[in-house]
Design a protein around this ligand. Structure first.
Ligand SMILES: CCCCC/C=C\C/C=C\C/C=C\C/C=C\C/C=C/C(=O)SCCNC(=O)CCNC(=O)[C@H](O)C(C)(C)COP(=O)(O)OP(=O)(O)OC[C@H]1O[C@@H](n2cnc3c(N)ncnc32)[C@H](O)[C@@H]1OP(=O)(O)O
Ligand SMILES: Cc1cc2nc3c(=O)[nH]c(=O)nc-3n(C[C@H](O)[C@H](O)[C@H](O)COP(=O)(O)OP(=O)(O)OC[C@H]3O[C@@H](n4cnc5c(N)ncnc54)[C@H](O)[C@@H]3O)c2cc1C
Length: 675
């Protein structure tokens, strides 16, 4: 038995796909350890996949696209119950990374009845509930004695939290908060699993004490009877209906009619209200936004995974799909041979790697900030907020674009739900909206950048934090890309720094200039906001490049280092071309330098070509996790597409009731009228 570098090779696979794997120059298990940030976790992922493969009760009973929403929810609940019961036989207790993988394999990406329970409800209680409150609720939540969600967004307001309409008015006499929804637009709207599954929620409401509005605060609120699951008196609750995707999650609505909860249901780790109504303010005004920051920090990796699902499907399929010739004397080629196909897919493969490396750094910073905040040190909260706001927006935007490119790269079959592309796109693109609409979050980062620009302009660059220190540096007069002997990636990084710095300072100048001309601050802000968001994007893309460079520098295995270096070359050249307007407009990069960048791009497309399949295989998605006929590991696409079509519910009978009822009579009457 030959041992190949690519560990996905099996006998009996489509030979076209095997041929791709044989050309791989690096060990895919070792690359998985880079992607999943540790050899141990990558190994555990494989072990978990194997355990699941041997347990048919954890497999889908039929393809998701053939199920109704109700069937999917039932099926998902069945599997959720099983994995909850048998969790300790499959994953290490309380290992959230393993849990994430188990969920993706068994439950899939369309959500499940406890999605928000793990992603936001438990994190909100962990970060915001006092020790005493945690004893009361957190243990029950972890044991799944209760199921919760995070209810913040309303029908009328999602972005502007200060204008939420749900109120929590403190009644000193009874020591209770009275939750109330005064209008239709004040109904909570969107919270995942609120509609039908949760019996508790962390609810965000404007807190009023003795007539004073203290702004948004978080409350632990029982919604349904723990025994009957019936809504409690004073609660109006239900599902908001089908969405673009993610339909196994019952996003819901919620209204309160003068609904009373004890004072002690205000989450009081950082904020307190004494029995007499005295308010004790938190060490940082936005400390109770932590559940959002938790998801924003983790969703970078989540988005990278969804982008990689689509790229795995498209790259494997492009290796078995033959269409047309390049040399007309030769047989039809794999569509992956076309430079246009490579240009469509490979830069996104590089982006997916870049995103997962940036995501790992973000989670590390998040965990550090979480620990520090627990001890009262809030000094890094603003940096983390700025970083995650930018990354969340940039990564989800390019992820959606990349998935759509991958879908189109699969031609007509990409449009079939057999590819699973539409669901992957629908789920991923939700990330552009949830946890803060992308434009809004870019503007949050812009506030941080403008403050930093102001330090530069006032000669206080030494006060800049590490993430923005480059703003205080001076650029060379022009980029030295292609002008110096090999300088690694340093020249590219300097060029991206120049572009981000120039745009940030320019946008800040515009904003400050408008104010100097007499515009009020918010008007000046609005009139500068497109330019400010451009700065936020460029700053974030610089961060992503730097995270990629940092990772490649750390890699010791020479084979991995070589292919990751190739990917990084592709990434920096592609990114620079993509933002070339900024580079050209002040002459920092010349058009002849861009020709060099273009040549480099084409060179690295060709260099990566033999490793393309191995690069996507390295994510080690099982067929169960991918749920795509086109993306099958074995490459046997056509026979399985035919089997899939035959299994379509419409093919259960040869003649549909609709034909009997309508089409047959229509044709019969048409024939009769001709007689
Ligand atoms: C392996 C582990 C697996 C874990 C799995 C985890 C994730 C998996 C991946 C994917 C997730 C999958 C599924 C989840 C699906 C859906 C869940 C969705 C949930 C939701 O959408 S919940 C609702 C989210 N809503 C929002 O995000 C609303 C957006 N709006 C806001 O955040 C705020 O309104 C605002 C825009 C930030 C403004 O805040 P506001 O208080 O009104 O503003 P100002 O008073 O003007 O203050 C601005 C001021 O405050 C600073 N600030 C704001 N936020 C923070 C913060 N969080 N930390 C620190 N500082 C903050 C800001 O910087 C400004 O400071 P200035 O100094 O400039 O004044
Ligand atoms: C799949 C999904 C799951 C969700 N899950 C949850 C959940 O579990 N819990 C929960 O509470 N919520 C949830 N949400 C709600 C989500 O967080 C909000 O929809 C999101 O924060 C955007 O708010 P919005 O809908 O009010 O958009 P809006 O703010 O109305 O945005 C509309 C447009 O206005 C622009 N805009 C708004 N304000 C500004 C501004 N200040 N400056 C410039 N432009 C602006 C936006 O950029 C956008 O183009 C979910 C949403 C989705 C799609």
């Amino acid at each position: 038995m030959v041992h190949h570098q690519n560990k996905a090779i099996r006998e009996g696979d489509n030979p076209d796909l095997t041929a791709e794997r044989v050309t791989g120059t690096f060990d895919t298990h070792s690359m998985a350890a880079q992607i999943y940030n540790s050899e141990a976790h990558a190994r555990r992922r494989r072990e978990i996949t194997e355990i699941i493969a041997k347990r048919p009760e954890l497999h889908d009973t039929k393809p998701f696209p053939f199920m109704t929403r109700e069937e999917k929810i039932l099926e998902s609940s069945r599997k959720l119950t099983l994995i909850t019961k048998h969790m300790n036989e499959i994953i290490e207790p309380n290992n959230s990374n393993e849990m994430f993988h188990l969920n993706n394999e068994v439950l899939g990406i369309e959500g499940h009845p406890m999605a928000l329970h793990g992603i936001m409800f438990i994190p909100a209680l962990t970060a915001q509930a006092s020790e005493e409150q945690q004893k009361k609720w957190l243990t029950r939540a972890i044991n799944r004695e209760i199921v919760g969600t995070y209810a913040q967004t309303e029908l009328g307001h999602g972005t502007n939290l200060q204008n939420l309409e749900t109120t929590a008015t403190y009644d000193v006499a009874t020591q209770e908060f009275v939750l109330h929804t005064p209008t239709i637009t004040g109904l909570k709207w969107w919270p995942g699993n609120l509609g039908k599954s949760s019996n508790y929620a962390v609810v965000v409401a404007l807190m009023f004490i003795k007539g004073k509005n203290y702004g948004p605060h978080t409350f632990m609120v029982p919604l349904r009877d723990e025994k009957t699951h019936q809504p409690l008196k004073g609660i109006t609750i239900g599902d908001i209906g089908p969405k673009i995707a993610y339909n196994v999650t019952d996003n819901g609505f919620l209204g309160f009619d003068h609904y009373r909860i004890p004072r002690t249901n205000l989450l009081m780790r950082h904020t307190r209200v004494e029995p007499d109504g005295t308010y004790v303010k938190p060490p940082h005004a936005k400390i109770n936004y932590s559940a959002m920051v938790h998801v924003r920090s983790h969703m970078i990796t989540g988005q990278a995974i969804m982008l990689s699902y689509a790229l795995t499907i498209a790259t494997r399929y492009s290796s078995v799909r033959r269409q047309g010739q390049i040399d007309t004397t030769q047989p039809e080629v794999k569509v992956l041979e076309y430079q246009t196909q490579q240009h469509r897919l490979f830069p996104y493969i590089a982006r997916a790697y870049a995103f997962v490396f940036a995501g790992a750094e973000t989670v590390k910073l998040y965990e550090r900030v979480l620990e520090e905040v627990a001890t009262g040190n809030v000094s890094l909260m603003a940096d983390l907020h700025a970083l995650t706001s930018g990354l969340k927006s940039v990564v989800s935007h390019y992820t959606a674009q990349g998935i759509e490119q991958a879908r189109m790269a699969c031609g007509g079959h990409g449009y079939s739900q057999a590819s699973y592309m539409s669901e992957i796109f629908g789920v991923a693109v939700g990330g552009c909206t949830y946890e803060g609409e992308n434009m809004v979050m870019l503007l949050q980062l812009a506030r941080y950048l403008v403050k930093s620009a102001s330090l530069v302009k006032t000669g206080q660059s030494s006060k800049l934090g590490p993430l923005v220190a480059y703003l205080g540096a001076k650029s060379d007069s022009t980029s030295l890309i292609d002008r110096t002997p090999t300088t690694g990636f340093a020249e590219y990084v300097k060029t991206f720094q120049h572009i981000a710095r120039r745009q940030t300072l320019k946008a800040a100048d515009k904003f400050f200039g408008l104010m100097e001309k007499g515009e009020k601050r918010p008007i000046a802000w609005n009139k500068s906001s497109v330019e400010l968001n451009r700065a936020s994007r460029l700053h974030t893309r610089l961060y992503i490049v730097e995270a990629f460079v940092r990772r490649v520098e750390e890699v010791a295995d020479p084979r991995l280092k070589e292919v990751l270096t190739d990917l990084l070359h592709l990434h920096v050249n592609y990114e620079l071309l993509d933002m070339s307007t900024y580079a050209l407009e002040d002459g920092f990069v010349s058009s002849s330098q861009l020709d060099y960048v273009r040549d480099q791009l084409y060179f690295y497309l060709a260099k990566i070509r033999p490793n393309a399949v191995s690069l996507v295989d390295s994510w080690e998605f099982s067929d169960q996790e991918l749920r795509s006929v086109l993306g099958r590991r074995d490459g046997h696409v056509y026979e399985n597409l035919f089997a899939w079509a035959k299994a379509s519910p419409l093919n259960k009978t040869d003649v549909l009731p609709s034909v009997d009822k309508y089409l047959k009579p229509l044709m019969e009457s048409a024939r009769a009228s001709k007689l």
